[in-house]
Design a protein around this ligand. Structure first.
Ligand code: PLP
Length: 510
């Protein structure tokens, strides 16, 4: 695609821009802090009063804390052998395994469930920085020790829980919902994690300026869009590694517009991931991939939000499209934390939905999770989950085992049909959401999901980011796909007769 050359030409220019920006900000840091987004100009005291109100409700931020521990120690239940401050620049445990952010649950449990529900509910829609964000409204459960001044937020989260009444009825269901995580600043749920990661990086850059000079990620598109937007908001240089020609045009233009250094690399996502791990190990570039456990702390708030939206009742099923498999674990973590702190009394059953063309977890599930083998991912319209060697495989297996979970898969035709069919009931689904909707359809048809089960499908991105493939579907231009629900535009001459013919053709009653 010609944008590949475009991005290369742009790259050198944008980097200088970013570094120049960093220098300016180094100066501006000595200035008094700017007014926060949402602070009303007419009422400068508003934020301060709200803050005071929140402090009156809650003890100071030193009452709660969180740290990195090896993910393995959670799995084995043998206690924690290593632990690290969140102010360390660290992505892996000593043995190379994943890390996890562990909260001081005893400190959190000093407040009862009623307290937390009331506190979280009281923050919805507020302008008091940073609690109007769906992520930071749960700040004590996310990064409790971070100063509000260090937070980089665009008031992400608080996304619509769409009652899919008509689509549900078509599947014989009465209680079907779609959590619209893609209705967000950069158009995907990645914003929920990126606000947390970039906020912590913002703090690190103040306490250890030489350790973090830029932030980088390998991406199937949405991570780079979120990273570059949050970094641009904070004035932090960002670098994104993208597989050439494997992401949508909308996803490619987002980091370009936000001034990131965009490296379009002639490989797939797994290849980009290997490269960035080497590059970040050898330079002061902070790694923003979902191996990074900070992002999951933000993503888990979507699960808490679902419970909150159901007035703290637990749904029966939550269906999540999975690629690198961080998100399914993040949802588990959110649901688990609510249960452990007494806000709920059970976990929903989780379903991970994979594209058949990139289905290593599905294959492992079929074999009882006993041995996992990476696959070479084939091209899928659900490009953000075109991943053959998922970093968070162990996290996903834990989440599925603990929730009596299921893994389902969808072919290219199934996922495009499912998205288009649901679009006909008022949604506008991305292909990943199509994968989840197809999984839902199959589980419903097999009777695994019962007609009255309360079921939530997690929509991970906005359909507008994937207009190209949706147009191709409706134009019936995709080889091997019939386009069962295609609705191509009708070409007509500028004539009332021709127009009326076209209308009668569609609506025979006229
Ligand atoms: C990142 C992403 C996913 C997959 O999330 P994982 O945590 O990698 O499993 C699914 N859908 C969209 C739109 C995404 O951007």
């Amino acid at each position: 695609m010609q944008l590949q050359g475009f991005s290369q030409r742009l790259a050198s220019g944008t980097q200088t821009e970013a570094l120049r920006g960093a220098a300016c900000r180094a100066q501006s840091r000595v200035l008094p802090s700017r007014p926060r987004a949402g602070a009303s100009v007419e009422a400068p005291g508003h934020n301060i009063r709200e803050d005071a109100h929140n402090r009156a409700d809650m003890p100071g931020s030193d009452a709660f804390n969180a740290r990195y521990v090896p993910f393995k120690s959670l799995q084995s239940g043998n206690g924690v052998s290593e632990q690290y401050s969140l102010d360390e620049v660290l992505y892996r445990a000593q043995d190379g395994g994943l890390l996890d952010v562990q909260h001081d649950m005893e400190a959190l449990a000093k407040f009862d469930a009623a307290h937390w529900k009331k506190l979280f509910d009281s923050r919805i829609g507020t302008t008091a920085w940073p609690y109007g964000s769906g992520v930071w409204s749960k700040k004590e459960w996310v990064l409790p020790e971070l100063s509000s001044d260090d937070i980089v937020s665009m008031f992400e989260g608080n996304s619509n829980l769409f009652w899919a009444e008509r689509f549900g009825r078509q599947l014989g269901m009465s209680d079907l919902w779609v959590k619209q995580c893609g209705n967000s600043h950069t158009g995907s749920f990645k914003d929920l994690g990126m606000t947390v990661l970039v906020s912590q990086v913002n703090r690190l850059r103040k306490i250890k300026p030489e350790a973090v000079q830029a932030v980088g990620c390998a991406s199937t598109g949405d991570t780079s869009a979120a990273l570059s937007a949050y970094c641009a908001a904070a004035g932090i240089p960002s670098i994104v590694f993208l597989p050439a020609d494997k992401i949508s045009l909308a996803q490619l233009v987002q980091p370009i517009a936000n001034g990131a250094l965009v490296l379009s690399i002639d490989t797939d996502f797994d290849g980009c991931m290997k490269l960035i791990q080497e590059v970040t190990a050898a330079s002061p570039i902070y790694l923003a991939n979902s191996m990074n456990s900070l992002r999951l702390e933000g993503q888990k708030t979507a699960a808490i939000e679902i419970l909150q939206q159901f007035n703290w009742q637990v749904p029966d099923w939550v269906i999540i499209p999975g690629g690198n498999l961080g998100n399914i674990y993040a949802f588990y973590k959110g649901f688990k934390m609510c249960m452990d702190l007494g806000l709920t009394d059970r976990l929903p059953r989780l379903v991970c939905a994979q594209a058949q063309n990139a289905n290593p977890l599905y294959l492992a599930y079929q074999a009882g999770f006993d041995n996992f083998h990476p696959v070479k991912a084939k091209t899928t319209f659900a490009s953000a989950i075109q991943i053959g060697d998922p970093v968070s495989i162990d996290r996903a297996v834990l989440a599925l085992r603990e929730t009596n979970g299921i893994v389902e898969e969808a072919s290219e035709e199934e996922l495009m049909d499912a998205a288009a069919r649901a679009d006909l009931t008022g949604m506008f689904n991305c292909p990943h959401t199509g994968v989840a909707l197809s999984a839902l359809t199959k589980l419903r048809e097999r009777g695994v999901i019962a007609p009255s089960d309360r079921t939530v499908v997690v929509s991970t991105a906005h359909g507008l980011k994937f207009a190209q493939s949706k147009v191709a579907y409706h134009s019936k231009e995709i080889e091997g796909i019939v386009g069962k629900y295609a609705n191509p535009p009708v070409q007509v001459k500028e004539s009332v007769g021709d127009v009326m013919d076209a209308i009668r053709n569609k609506f025979s009653s006229m």
